[in-house]
Ligand binder design. Structure first.
Ligand code: HEC
Ligand code: HEC
Length: 466
């Protein structure tokens, strides 16, 4: 049976590939057949590559001109910035977290909390003061005097870094219905080496760098489709609400639907990229013209002219909009098929919505009108007190997080050499990630604990096939 399925798959693939080269009509018919066998995770931007480069491949349907632009963006994504003045890539800092995009989004993949060496590389900490004014609910986080809204743990020569973070974990056991013990590690974060007095009521939100492929497709999902899945007051009474975040759009100067970041705190990729240059690397752009150290007494070197040009901002944004999505693997494995059924039974698909259709994205036909399988609703959910960072971010409360897409999650081990999941990388494997689910997802978590070992293995096999 397995052999037979593989054979059919091969025939469909061959038909699909040859179809691509013939007329458009038969192409779309054949694609429908392929969809039945392998769901093309990223529509026409899908690539069949499960190697350590799986997250770094340009969408295969880009035109020659678009590919050229993508590759320019790739160079800039890897560019290492240095202290000004310098011939190449000056302007780093004065305070920053890392010197290039790729250093945090290693191989366009995800970051992790530090090893035993304790050095923060791809995990950063957002900061704020509590909001005690009802009128300020849903507004931007309140900056901490001397720090702003992010802890910059590095600084250029001659200036102090803002501080560092000490991370320790306490293990707590959890029992499955069959009596198997699983340990979860509870993180504890302490800011150390603070250069300036820290307020006692400071709010700290740890966040690891997420993967950056497939993001143009998520940006191209029509806003009304995302909002149509929201159920803020849980009218259908399934215990799962889902709420849109509305965040400040600095170009339009108005609130807009949030889509990117762990709390959906960025409205689009251009602003996300400009914020990364600004907050993570201390580089100004036309969107954020003041240094990230503005107002901090130890820094006087405020440079108003953009350190990163609009052209670079444009190609880097295009780069993260047009990275291909890796295809699923082992889709005909009976264990994976069983896992997919359990995924539905345990209500995982209520938040991790498998399928969306993109609209027309101005200027980028390759990500327009695609049927995609990202496994997210891009909405916020209350995930319970254990996952809470207790730091509100616009409409997101201290315990709400955006459902992260699950596509490609089974390839993180191959690409990034680790299996640390969730917003701060506390989960050491996929099962732990699921067992951390609480709040609206508590029922799903409990169902996972009540599964037999074989069923739980199947659920994980399904996640690994994504
Ligand atoms: C210090 C590490 C670090 C650096 C440097 C960095 N990022 Fe990130 N990036 C992150 C983290 C952490 C997040 C999640 C932020 C959040 O949730 O608030 C993120 C989020 C993103 C996202 C949104 C992903 C999603 O799924 O929502 C994009 C796109 C992105 N970064 C691109 C870039 C680009 C482009 C650069 C270089 C200009 C860059 N990043 C530099 C750590 C980093
Ligand atoms: C109520 C909505 C909801 C339900 C139901 C839900 N999830 Fe999630 N899931 C989330 C959110 C939100 C996160 C991010 C939490 C965090 O990082 O703190 C997440 C994170 C994950 C992650 C880690 C992703 C990453 O990038 O680190 C995996 C894996 C996952 N979920 C699988 C599942 C499975 C399997 C089920 C069903 C047993 C499930 N989820 C049910 C909302 C949900």
């Amino acid at each position: 049976m397995m052999k037979y399925l593989n054979f059919i798959l091969l025939v469909y693939l061959l038909v699909f590939i040859s179809g691509c080269e013939t007329d458009k009509k038969s192409d779309s018919i054949n694609k429908t057949k392929t969809e039945l066998t392998i769901p093309l995770a990223g529509g026409d931007t899908t690539i069949f590559d499960a190697s350590s480069h799986a997250f770094s491949i340009p969408a295969p349907n880009l035109t020659a001109a678009a590919l050229h632009k993508h590759l320019k963006g790739d160079v800039e994504f890897e560019a290492v910035f240095v202290t000004a003045p310098a011939e190449v890539n000056p302007g780093l800092g004065p305070i920053y977290n890392n010197v290039s995009c790729i250093n945090c989004h290693s191989r366009d993949g995800r970051g992790r909390p530090p090893d035993i060496d304790g050095k923060l590389v791809s995990l950063l900490f957002r900061l704020s003061l509590p909001n005690n004014n009802k009128d300020m609910d849903g507004k931007p986080p309140i900056p901490v005097p001397g720090y702003g809204t992010q802890l910059n743990n590095k600084a250029i020569y001659g200036t102090p870094a803002e501080g560092n973070v000490d991370i320790s974990y306490t293990e707590q056991p959890l029992l499955t219905s069959e009596g198997t013990k699983i340990h979860l590690r509870y993180p504890n974060y302490t800011i150390t080496d603070a250069y300036y007095p820290l307020p006692e009521d400071i709010e700290v939100s740890p966040r690891v760098a997420p993967v950056v492929f497939g993001l143009g497709l998520l940006e191209a999902i029509p806003q009304e489709n995302i909002i149509s899945n929201a159920d803020e007051s849980d009218i259908n009474a399934d215990g799962i609400s889902g709420k849109p975040n509305y965040v400040w759009d600095v170009i339009k100067k108005q609130y807009a639907l949030g889509r990117f970041g762990w709390k959906a705190n960025q409205p689009n990729l251009l602003q996300q990229v400009a914020s990364a240059y600004h907050d993570d690397m201390g580089l100004t752009t036309s969107l954020f013209q003041m240094e990230n150290s503005i107002g901090q007494s130890q820094h006087t070197n405020v440079s108003p002219s953009p350190e990163v040009s609009d052209e670079i901002l444009d190609v880097v944004t295009f780069y993260v909009q047009t990275l291909a999505v890796p295809a699923r693997r082992n889709v005909d494995d009976p264990k994976v098929i069983q896992g997919e059924q359990l995924f539905t039974q345990a209500q995982c698909d209520t938040c991790h919505i498998p399928t969306h259709r993109t609209g027309v994205f101005p200027g980028i036909p390759s990500i327009s009108n695609q049927t995609i399988h990202p496994y997210t609703d891009l909405l916020l959910h209350d995930m319970g007190p254990d996952l809470a960072d207790n730091r509100p971010d616009f409409q997101a409360s201290g315990s709400e997080w955006r459902t992260p897409p699950l596509w490609g999650i089974g390839l993180v081990r191959t690409v990034n050499g680790h299996t640390n999941f969730l917003h701060d990388g506390r989960a050491r494997n996929l099962l732990e990630a699921v067992l951390w689910h609480g709040g609206e997802a508590e029922k799903s978590r409990n169902m996972t604990l009540e599964m037999s070992q074989t069923e739980r293995d199947a659920l994980i096999a399904f996640l690994e096939s994504l």
